[in-house]
Write a protein that binds this ligand. Sequence first.
Ligand code: 5AD
Ligand code: SF4
Length: 481
Amino acid sequence: MYQENDLDKIDIHAEPPIEEPARQYYFMAKCRKWVKGFEQRNGRLPKSCVLNFGCQMNARDSEKLRGILREMGYAEASEEQADFIIFNTCTVRENANTRVYGRLGQLKPQKKKNPHMMIGLCGCMMQEPEVVEKLKKSYRFVDIIFGTHNIFKFAELVATRLESDRTVIDIWKDTDQIVEDLPNERKYTFKSGINIMFGCNNFCSYCIVPYVRGRERSRDPKAIVREIEKLVADGVSEVMLLGQNVNSYGKTLDTPMTFAQLLREIEKIEGLHRIRFMTSHPKDLSDELIEVMADSKKICKHLHLPVQSGSTNILTKMNRRYTKEQYLNLVEKIRRAVPDISLTTDIIVGFPGETEEDFEETLDVVRKVRYDSAFTFIYSKRTGTPAAVMEDQIPEDVIKNRFDRLLKEVQAIAAETCAVHEGTVKEALVENICDHDPEMVTGRLSNNLLVHFRGGKELIGKYVDVELSECRGFYYIGAMR
Ligand code: 5AD
Ligand code: SF4
């Protein structure tokens, strides 16, 4: 595990070590010296701001970047006040890219006024060669550009930039390297995401992730357990195990193990109270996993099981490798083993070739499964994916109409499934003061729904029993018991 304060002992005048993570500690120490110089010159610490645009994996990567910046000595600040701004980008849909270019455009005048300001770009979008070309041509004021595979090298890239005054660009096509023991700055003291695997081998035909996150590789189970034990000792009681397809965890390890076996190991960790995981691919969800979920005292009663479409025809074109019936059977099997489980999903509307009948099949699945909530997406064409060149792309107005109908259905059902728990008492982990009322706190239930109830900040991080007095569509107003 990473030990704080090691850095001052490093001789930064010696050659940098070859081995990781020692090499990165060396560069963190170098940057720390630069930060001290900045402080002497300016009478204050330099300030940094890491913004993430994407999924939970992306958020987790941002925590690592913040941890490295903290070790260098940077203070945290808002985007407006930062001397160093890092955008951790997403590219799963085109609008994620558009947002980044928009934000970059806004930063240009800020950087003109403040020439020593630095801008870093990283994450999935940087793994697309045409993005990097565009940045080199039209956004020359960006200082550091790196991708998803070498995020561990952040300190080295910053040190290089500080010494060279030129844009530092370092993108790797893929990697089988997993660097452990880097610093980390958690957003919450009581819960944390844990990467258990990286990359994806599924190649769903619409999805850019396998191209930008590379091939699937699993972390050593011992390193995962060690990390969680350390977190628990540090006050964490809820973990979210993260991977693009957690159900295929362990297949590429030297000594293969299943995700269910990993969960059994994690369950044994004393002091750990809740285990969550995402994302599950239906085709890889095993009977063994269902059994572990049914037996477990710690695994939360929530499963995110992306269906993407309800039409077998579209599922085939999407390369999802299950049929509508197989998906529905799986849901039934899970519900039989874990009756009070909450199910959520992802759905794409307007995949090439989607007919009105195909869309009706999606609505049918939504009505049959009765999801607790669903993320609905308009299909976005991603260059380089097989779906981008498929015939019969769907017109915008048709997609919009289907999207609205789907959303209405999803929301109506979610409100009904949420109402089922009204009046019951459930355990909530208090996460923060309620955004809308400072007299109230917000807690998360095992089934992932939120409840707002009267309470103060001393409750944050604690488990309390809450009566769910009133369902408000997709959250509750409650009272502590
Ligand atoms: N267009 C729309 N939605 C997409 N997703 C992935 N790729 C695309 C795309 N090209 C959605 C899927 C996935 C979620 C993370 O994002 O539903 O489960
Ligand atoms: Fe994309 Fe499919 Fe992999 Fe999920 S499982 S990241 S949708 S390719």
